[in-house]
Design a protein around this ligand. Sequence first.
Ligand code: ZN
Length: 311
Amino acid sequence: MKDYVIGLDLGGTNIRAAAITKEGNILHRVKIPTGVPLGRERVIANILKVIDEIKKELKGIKLSVVGMGIPGIIFFNKGIVAQSPNFPDWIDFNLRERLNKDLDVPFYIDNDANLAAAGEGWLGAGKEFNSFCMLTLGTGVGGGIVLNKNIWRGEYGMAGELGHITIYPDGHPCNCGNRGCLEQYVSANGIVRMAEEKSQITANDIYQLAKKGNKDALEIFQKMGRILGIGIADLVNILNIELFVLGGGVADSWNYFIPSTMDEVRKRTYHITGEGVKVVKAELGDDAGIFGAAYMAMNEFKSSGVVELRS
Ligand SMILES: [Zn+2]
């Protein structure tokens, strides 16, 4: 019998979900408000509601497993949300155990940026590569490292925090406790702050100004691109990774920062490792996370010996 997987993306505003086949086709989508102000139990009720809605819609087809991405520090093996910027009161909360009480299929969670990388690796910009890094340049910077087709999670599930590698030793303070993190310069918030330091350019104007050739705006994107290039060059030196996938809204300003990024990567790496480095745009947009959640869940389930996956 044909079966499907549900991939969920638990955002601060919306829960987005899709029923996905093992070939990567979407059968049905659902999006509802997360309901954060109404408390944890309501958010959980909403997650269950989404799953239920999909099951009703696809009566006759078997749901095999559910995967979900959440921003923050996730202990993947145990299914615990250690902390999440969107859910401040979810501290060391065993979400998987809680949801398994109400679900009759296995349920897995992981960090949302890891899953975006998994999604791009399965069906998007990284699908032809065994190993790559993905940087999601949004309000903050999310990171995911795929090594030999697997998400590299590290000892505690916290690997791939690429937004928090240090660029300036005494730079702008970051909410992670460090100073001068990559995130402070290449995220949307970082770009706004650099713009404000330079002149009175507002956040909404800066991309438009760059488009019109405004010198200050262009310089900010060049600086941002250079800093991104320093970060990528470090990753090249550590991992000899060839592909870097950039997602998130900031990647739309591509033309204004990428020449400085590439210039910096070449300058700061060995010729042999740096020359072949490709930095490309993500291909799946907002869907990377739900595809990645589905893919992760399928793989976890497969290792328990039940679902056969396309290799
Ligand atoms: Zn940081």
